[in-house]
Design a protein around this ligand. Structure first.
Ligand SMILES: O=C(O)CCC(=O)C(=O)O
Ligand SMILES: [Fe+2]
Length: 384
């Protein structure tokens, strides 16, 4: 978080009325000065949210055996259940339990046919790239109504995420729809106008990406010295994050440029929005992937639940490619912020493609899944 000491709340209903210009001004400030914001009147129906959030306690109270049967270890896509404290951030256990779900999509990965890893892909896309193995179907819970509730929530937040990217494009003063093809959404007008083409004149198409949704439970911690709900981090799973804080239990904190931790408590009817590493890299750090963490509830507090939605990007896209859509005028707005600068490691040329950086991220946080499905050599490469 750059300068401001408090996190702005933007009213997205202003997008459709006379206050649109004011909203865009607030958005610019949230993007360039703060790097974290709340949105209200966002258009995701409270019924859709409630249908999913009401199920959270039941989902986590299922018998341990049933939850374990959905272990991420079953999934080369890192989708499924992780037990309490099975995930680590900064080498320390996170005191939370979670299910990872995603846009329901079939497997596209094709194991290479020969030792050279020859291009066996369909058409121009090389599906033998290891990172394509991240893409694949969910492990569904046998809980009546869950799949429908999850799917409705996914679709509604996906729609919000696309509307929000349009607002950002407007705030950046670039044509609305510039980023549509990142999400496999081709605006015919944009294409025929020929504004978004590659250097050789071909218009580039991507598969619609897989968005990731975590269902999180943070139980009260009996030991106040052990309160890492999730350690300080930048989001690396996507482009933008839309976080639903369920109920009233606080814990989320956001780091300001001078290193102070600012509380971001739940506010009824809002999502928290923040920006992932890829967004920071694409804007050369003009918009920060702000560092945040969750303090686990104390012994006298309630269980905390939350649901972050990580808006996906195409795995075969490169950071340099995304950056080419963000004008230099925007990228020059970079303000220096103190603290660690994760952009540089994200931009390591070894993982210029987003798929590589995603595979690295998942292997680093779930080494056991990495070893099982990708093997020692790959794990060593990404954790070195
Ligand atoms: O639980 C929360 O409120 C935030 C979780 C988070 O930052 C994450 O999973 O990336
Ligand atoms: Fe996060």
């Amino acid at each position: 978080m750059a300068g401001a000491a408090s996190i702005p709340i933007l009213d997205l209903s202003w997008a459709d009325g006379p206050k649109r210009a004011e909203l865009l001004e607030q958005l610019r400030s949230a993007l360039f000065d703060v790097g974290f914001l709340y949105i209200r009147h966002h258009g995701v129906s409270s019924t859709i949210i409630k249908d999913l959030t009401d199920m959270l306690p039941t989902l986590f109270e299922l018998p341990a055996k049933e939850k374990a049967s959905l272990s991420k270890l079953n999934s080369p896509h890192f989708l499924g259940y992780s037990g309490f404290a099975e995930e680590t951030t900064l080498g320390k256990q996170d005191l939370r339990e979670q299910y990872d779900f995603a846009t329901e999509l079939p497997v596209v990965y094709e194991a290479p046919l020969n030792d050279e890893g020859a291009n066996v892909g369909r058409g121009k896309r090389n599906f033998s790239q290891l990172y394509w193995r991240l893409r694949g179907p969910n492990q569904w819970l046998e809980l009546p109504g869950f799949k429908d509730a999850f799917t409705a929530y996914h679709d509604a937040v996906q729609d919000l995420s696309y509307r929000f990217v349009h607002l950002i494009e407007e705030a950046f003063d670039i044509p609305v729809g510039t980023c549509d093809h990142f999400f496999g959404r081709q605006d015919p007008e944009v294409t025929t106008a020929g504004r978004y083409t590659t250097s050789n004149g071909a218009s580039k198409s991507f598969l619609p990406p897989q968005h990731r949704i975590k269902l999180l439970r943070y139980p009260p911690s009996s030991d106040p010295t052990q309160a890492q709900g999730v350690g300080a981090h930048k989001d690396s799973s996507g482009w933008l994050t839309f976080l639903c804080q369920v109920g009233g239990e606080p814990g989320l904190e956001v780091q300001s440029a001078d290193g102070r931790w600012i509380k971001a408590p739940p506010i009824e009817g809002t999502f928290v929005v923040n920006f992932g590493n890829a967004f920071e890299a694409a804007t050369d750090g003009a918009v920060k992937a702000t560092i945040h963490r969750v303090i686990a509830p104390g012994p006298d507090n309630n269980v905390r639940y939350s649901i972050p939605f990580f808006q996906g990007l195409p795995l075969d896209m490169t950071v340099s490619e995304i950056r080419s859509y963000i004008p230099e005028r925007v990228r020059r707005l970079r303000k220096e912020a103190g603290g660690d600068d994760g952009v540089s490691s994200f931009l390591d040329p070894r993982w210029d493609s987003l798929g590589d950086s995603q595979l690295r991220k998942w292997i680093r946080s779930h080494r056991d899944v990495g070893l099982k499905w990708y093997g020692q050599e790959v794990v060593d490469f990404y954790t070195a």
